[in-house]
Structure formats: structure tokens, C-alpha cells
Ligand binder design. Sequence first.
Ligand SMILES: *Cc1c(COP(=O)(O)O)cnc(C)c1O
Length: 435
Amino acid sequence: MVAFHSTRGGGPAGLEAVLQTGTAPDGGLYVPERLAAFEREELADSATPAELAERMLAPYFAGSSLAGALPDICRNAFDYPLPLADLSPAGNGACLRLLELFHGPTAAFKDYGARFLAACLERILAEEPASSPVLTILVATSGDTGAAVASAFSGREKIRVVVLFPKGRISPRQEHHLGCWDDNVQALAVHGVFDDCQRLAKQAFADARLRKRVRLGSANSINLGRLLPQSAYHAWAALKSPEGTHFVVPTGNLGNGVACLWAREMGAGIGRILLTTNANRTIGDYLSSGEYRGRESIGTLANAMDVGDPSNMERLRHQFDGDVDRIRAAVSAASVDDGRIRRRIRREYSDSDAVLCPHTAAGVDACRGLLADAGASAGDWVIAATAHPAKFETVVEPLIGTTVAPPPQLEELLSRHSSHEEIPPDLAALTPFLG
Ligand SMILES: *Cc1c(COP(=O)(O)O)cnc(C)c1O
């Protein structure tokens, strides 16, 4: 049985409590007190990603009220295809493959974590007396996160979701995807920018009187319930290669980056890990200078990675006791600007008909750049493909000169009725929607 503690020393805390909160009471992030270690053989014969997730996560669930439900929870979160697709090999003979994480209901990798967390919370609430209050999940989004969370919690018992998004600042398709769910999901267009949405959510969480009346929960990417299942898909890809594989992880808040690192620590057979950012260079600058400097984010084509101060950096540093030399030995980082993202999308399409979303393109470009260097390790490289290119059609289509058909699950969402309300950016306007 594994307990959890905060990166800032607080704890221990049990799994149920950890899944229901974002940050720990001392302001840190929850981490397992130790990572479970497996022999590769113990994991390698898992028949499905769901079964692998169940094996890898069992130590963290042992002794909790969710232990018996873990197989069902994993099946719920991993119930769609997780294919590996070949890219053209690199000049040095290295084999490149995409791990397609975008076959879920909202066509981005965040579906995995959101669905896993939703399945956990629904079961925790079901154990409570019938009179216990409904949980209201409040989430601010600039796009992908909100849709994945809305989809994952839609129709679940005893849970409501309120999604805040900046009015007129997300694409019409994204807006549609936030408002097309069951009655327990309310989308709110806030008059303001994304920062106003985030400030509003923070104000609500900090308001003691409100929190006495309304049971508020969060589902943002620092929640451990989103991170843990993400380790399983990295491991799944590594176990498909007899010798294991190196990984390229396009990253913003470092959620996928930490999940990949944990999969390696747990024994999945992952070699090098190359974290790829867009022009927001905080991680790379930290690794080269040894001094961490969070900053304002800048807008790029890979906008789901527009993060200047990655929240999971605290988990990465904690894992290596803040020793930057040990972090450098564990991961490397590359930054890919918009010009390179554009060129990479064009190039992969003209070379091999591969259509990449801007985030995935950053990863592929970093990988090919690394392998072009003399002495780079050949072998197997897997690049996490974080979203379906049709979600970023306004970027991708002009570059490749053709349309990208949305996958069936997105088509289906677009055919549904979608609605939202509008509010000014103040707490008094938000409160009535929180229940
Ligand atoms: C959220 C997101 C990312 C970044 O993921 P992190 O876990 O924050 O590193 C990358 N690509 C897409 C498409 C995303 O939605």
C-alpha cells in the first residue's frame, strides 16, 4: 500500500482525499511516497491498455475504498483504441512512431485522465450517504481541458460541472464542445480573457462562506487522478518494443512529462525522455542554466502548451530532491518555435502523408532534430501525439492545402445541440451556477 504526501512535506494523505483535492493544504502537489517498481516481465503480457493500467496502478489503490473497483475504472478510462502509427524512419535508421492518444471522446489525450478521475470520484460519492451534497467541479479552460472534463463527467451521478471559458476567445468548434453535454454540465462564457476565468475559479475556491454552502472540487491537470493513468499509456508503447523505447513528450504543464518519467521509474523499459515545448522555453532554460524562472506565457500555434510556469515542475524537482544535475540526467528538453512547427507539419505531410496537430508536430520536429545530430541513439523513438489534427484545423489545413476530416466522435458532438450562458467576470455572477 502506497500513501501520498505533498511535494512540500505535508501529509500523508489517503487516495480518496488526494483525488478530491487539487493542491495539498501546504500548497504543494501530491505525489506517491514511493513509486511502485515492476519487472518488465510483470507488465509485458498485459492484453490491453486497461489491464496494464490496472496492474501498474494497483499498488496505489491497495487498501483504499476504490481497490475493488480499479479494474472497472481502468476499463472506463481506456475503452478506445491506443494505436502506434509509423512515421518515416530517421536518416540514422532510428524507427519513429506516433502514440495516438486522440481516439477518445474529445480527441485529445486529456480524455484519459479526465475519464479516470471521473470514474474514481463517481465511486467515492456513491459510497456516501444519500443525503451527502452534490460535488460541483469548477474548471477554467482555454480549450482542451474543459471539453475533456465536461465529457468525462457528463451524466455522472452526484456530480455537476461548471466550465468557465473566455467569451469569443476560443474557436467556434471548441465552444460547441463545451456546451453539448448532459444537464449536469454548465458551460459559462465569461466576459474577459482566460486569466479572468482562472481568477474567478480561484476566488470561488478561496471563498470560505461559499465553500460552506457548496461542495467544490477541481479536475485540473495537477490532480493526481489525471496523472497516474497517463503513465500507463507511455508504458503500453514501451512494452510494444522488445528493447523498450525512447520517448518524445510534447509538454506544457509537464503533466505528460512527469507521467512518462513515472512510467520509466516503474519499470516499463523507457530509455531517454525528450520533453518538447513550443516557444515557451522555461523548462529548457532551467535545464541549461540550473536556475528556475517561471514567467508569463506567450501565445503560439501549439496553444495547449502555452505555459510559462509549468505547475508539474514542482513534482519533477521533488522527484530528484531539487538537484538539477540529476534532472538533466533523467530528461532533456527542446523548444520548437512556430516557424519550425509550420515547416514540420508541411514536411511530414509532403514526405509521408502524415497529418500532425501543432503540438505533435513540435515533438516530431524535436525528435528529427535530435536524430540528425551525429552520434544520436538510433533505436525506437515514440512521440506522444496529443491531439487529433482536426481539432486545430485553422492551423493545419492552410499548411497542407487540404481539409482534415474530423473523426466520427467529433462529428457526432458537432451534430448535437450546444448551449451556454454568459456572465461578467465576478464571483457574484458565478455563484448562482454553483448550486
Ligand atoms: C494539454 C495539452 C498538451 C500539454 O500537456 P501537459 O500535460 O500540460 O504537458 C499538449 N497537447 C495538447 C493537445 C494538449 O491538450
